[in-house]
Design a protein around this ligand. Structure first.
Ligand code: PLP
Length: 378
């Protein structure tokens, strides 16, 4: 069953055995509170913005001042130069992905993505008649395997959808693999006579630990449409604010921006919450206290590997993807220990643990992991 079904099962068990006895590590919803700038910004906006603007419709791509704030942030952080009109505000990264797929794909087009991947990609691709092609990443590192990408490319490839830091593995795609990929896509675009775009899905960009570099794809490959949100970095998941960024260097920029506007309209989006657009503009560049996730990551990785579990140490996001023997997830569920089976991410033999929970919850779950490690002979 899917993530939300398992999470709902967790809720039903909580009603029976008490929430403190259910170890529900299924949902990637931030557990760290939003930083103080959010409340300050809301108060400030409520006091200063005229009421006819505060809760009003905005232009579909977002308020120009907000788009300028996003472009300025990207321009002072990375090399690429964005104009405010290159930014299209979206209801989180999910809407950005759905809109981008609808804008960029025609029926029969193929979208390549690396396994393991966020299962919504299939929904957005197939909804507009595209086909999602799963490309195995390097099984030891979950980094890009350029040979595997090359084998999967075809004249029908329109888009390569990349996610780093990755849900579910927490892996950050390294510069070496991305550079090789950029070279490959440049060569293949010329060979096929059409641009193969990258869609960079990066809502976890700020959630990286130990100073690991997250290369900015638009700087490496000009035909990159960049997508992000404030769901995780500012702990604003329920407020639904994100954006698409399409630099002037992206092939057919103007047509693409027009298609994005049309796709958003056809999908029923009017605009992102006016107040939270303004909040995001005031708080862009800040984050919630991400050291809390890093402490969880360190504890979890150390404890699970000591128990004999195998996993790649996640450098980002708030997920750990652990190798699990056949039947492990089912037995864990019987112990009220809920993880998402790897099959949900096209990677059977693993389970995803979302560690955006209080540390105390992880500590109290460890005896269950220990019992299962023993039972399965790890
Ligand atoms: N992309 C990935 C890989 C995700 O894991 C998520 C959410 O969990 C999203 C996109 C969408 O997040 P949102 O729409 O809240 O920005």
């Amino acid at each position: 069953c899917g993530i939300r079904e398992i999470a709902a099962y967790g809720d039903s068990r909580a009603a029976v055995v008490g929430p403190e006895n259910v170890f529900n590590f299924t949902i990637g919803s931030p557990s760290v509170k939003a930083p103080p700038c959010i409340e300050q910004s809301i108060r400030h906006l409520m006091e200063t913005v005229p009421v006819e603007q505060l809760h009003a419709y905005t232009p579909a791509p977002g308020l120009l001042s907000v788009r300028r704030a996003m472009a300025d942030y990207l321009n002072r952080t990375f090399v690429t130069q964005y104009a405010p009109t290159d930014i299209f505000m979206t209801s989180g990264a999910c809407a950005a992905l759905a809109i981008a797929c609808a804008a960029m794909l025609s029926p029969g087009d193929e979208v390549l993505t690396l396994t393991p991947y966020f299962s919504e990609y299939r929904i957005y691709t197939e909804a507009v008649g595209g086909t999602l092609i799963e490309v195995p990443s390097d099984p030891e590192t979950f980094q890009i395997d350029p040979a595997a990408v090359e084998a999967a490319l075809s004249e029908r490839t329109a888009l390569v959808l990349l996610n780093s830091p990755n849900n579910p593995s927490g892996v950050v795609l390294g510069r070496e693999g991305l550079t090789a990929l950029a070279g490959l896509l440049t060569r293949k675009s010329a060979e096929y006579g059409h641009t193969i775009y990258i869609l960079a899905d990066e809502p976890y960009r700020d959630l990286v630990y130990g100073g690991v570099e997250v290369p900015f794809l638009p700087d490496l490959y000009p035909d990159t449409v960049y997508c992000t949100s404030f769901s995780k970095s500012l702990s604003l998941a329920g407020e639904r604010v994100g954006y698409l960024a399409v630099s002037q260097q992206v092939a057919e920029h103007d047509a693409l921006m027009a298609a994005i506007g049309g796709a958003a309209r056809a999908l029923g989006y009017i605009n992102v919450s006016s107040m939270f657009q303004m909040v995001a503009a005031e708080c862009v560049g800040q984050t919630a206290d991400l050291s809390i996730y890093e402490a969880n990551r360190n504890y979890l990785y150390r404890s699970l590997t000591e128990l004999g579990y195998r996993c790649i140490r996640p450098d980002g996001a708030f997920y750990l993807f652990v190798q699990t023997p056949e039947g492990w997830c089912r037995r864990a569920m019987e112990l009220d220990l809920l993880l998402v089976p790897g099959a949900e991410f096209a990677c059977p033999g693993y389970a995803r643990l979302a560690y955006c929970v209080p540390m105390e919850k992880l500590e109290r779950a460890m005896p269950k992991f220990a019992a299962l490690a023993q039972e399965f002979g790890l």
